[in-house]
Design a binder for this molecule. Sequence first.
Ligand SMILES: [Zn+2]
Length: 268
Amino acid sequence: MKNKLNLVVAFLVLAFLTSCKTNKIVNSDYNKHPKIKIDCANVHWSHHKGEDGPENWKNLCKGFSDCGGKVQSPINIETKNILNENDLKAPKFSYGKSSVNIINNGHTVQFNVDGDNTVNLNGKDYKLLQFHYHAKSEHTINGNYYPIEVHFVHKHSDSDFAVLGIMFEEGKKNKLLAKYLDKFPTVKGEFKSEDIIDILSLFPKNTSYYNYKGSLTTPPCSEVVNWYVLKTPLTASKVQIEQFSKILNSNYRPIQLLNERIVKSFIE
Ligand SMILES: [Zn+2]
């Protein structure tokens, strides 16, 4: 079981850090996990319709079989069906600073985070690993899409991750995008700078959220994620949204079935 978890975790990290075909980190890490090497290494997947598209991820290799599971993400959040849960608490952020390391891995644009940035979610500490973007949003609220969704990916243990999702709506210019959008690699690549980002400044002030148990939204779709979808959106200008969406190229997974799950709500 532990071995299986290790494999899952290796994938979790790699899925965000790497692309499908040639990458030194992938190859050296796969060498430590021969089963994955045989099974899912070099498997190409895509967000777009076709043989390697979302409907077929579960069939691409054994290691992606979770993509056909019952506890998948994203979902549509139907606000009339949510459970207002008194036991849920506000996130306690212990975020500091991170240097800037932006990667386009062919599936998303991602900021890798360094330094000690943690959030306490209902009694458990989760360490921030990276954040990345989808356009359109992956989650929908009452069936409605937002133009962009950002995912802050945190880890508590090998089988316990938390992703904080925040929607973007059209409005005032977004400061982070104003600074770096022109620097984002438009194809696979990397941008680094000496700049320092104040992580907490990237969050809305109000931290009311929807909470449910789900999965990674990209292969291997591991069902190890506590989702916290914030109710307060961030803003970006129309031009920023258009420019960013072009780079992200419809990198959102279709909505998954809720099945037996309950979505809880925390109101600050
Ligand atoms: Zn994501």
